[in-house]
Design a protein around this ligand. Sequence first.
Ligand code: PDD
Length: 287
Amino acid sequence: MTRTVYVNGEYLPENEAKISIFDRGFLMADGVYEVTSVLDGKLIDFAGHAKRLERSLNELDMASPISMDDLLEVHRELVRVNEINEGMVYLQVTRGAPDDRDFAFPDPEVTPSSIVLFTQNKPGLADAPAAKKGFKVISIEDIRWGRRDIKTVQLLYPSMGKMMAKKAGVDDAWMVEDGKVTEGTSNNAYIVKDGTIITRHLGNEILAGITRNAVLRFAKEAQMKVEERSFTIAEAQDADEAFVTSASTFVMPVVEIDGAQIGTGAPGPVAGRLREIYLEESRKAGI
Ligand code: PDD
């Protein structure tokens, strides 16, 4: 089925959608994005994603090309016309296409931001077999730029990290800076020790995951202990459990780090419970 996508105010078949070669997203990675999951045909935590998008745009002095109300309508329309029951909506805003390449930002009055949205149909996303087996990860050095709290489209190093993982025969990589885990290539990282959930505190070093925010809230509501602090790979290898969270994996157990088995080597009860609660609550609150 040919997808219907959204580009700068128009709904088009994917093969007719076009962006200029001078678009700063293409030339400079001068753009931000969001990925919102869809369960039962409904958007999960749209408000959280919209809020983080506004923050990313503000941090980069980039004009928003659309109101958040209209953005919701575009998301819903794409989910509807593409008949998405489970999957994702990808959204990207860039600083637009000036008429030539230039390092300096264009005048936003002359060059409006570009906006693109498309859906990804992923039947079985919530019931992913990987969640029953858990991820194996390797650790790699975190050499990304210093503003990882902004969700930019500069994804070259995370892509390289995924390839390093693939080459090592595992599922993902955890990035490490100054001896401490920052996050996964496209997810937030957690360990569980003696019943306490430990995940890195927010700051410029990591993305403030929308799933992270929800999962920590649910964990606290379920009387689980949460500590927001950094941890080492050695501490993770010695933990009872580990897991990652993101809009595309929800809560995904991690069972091996750099070849060392975590806990029993099978997905742990805390990750399992959090995944259940997250999916249940998200389905209830989807819009
Ligand atoms: N990635 N950290 C990084 C570096 C990420 O790229 C992501 C999300 C997260 C988790 O954020 P959230 O819970 O809001 O999805 C953390 C998306 C899914 C992606 O790039 O496809």
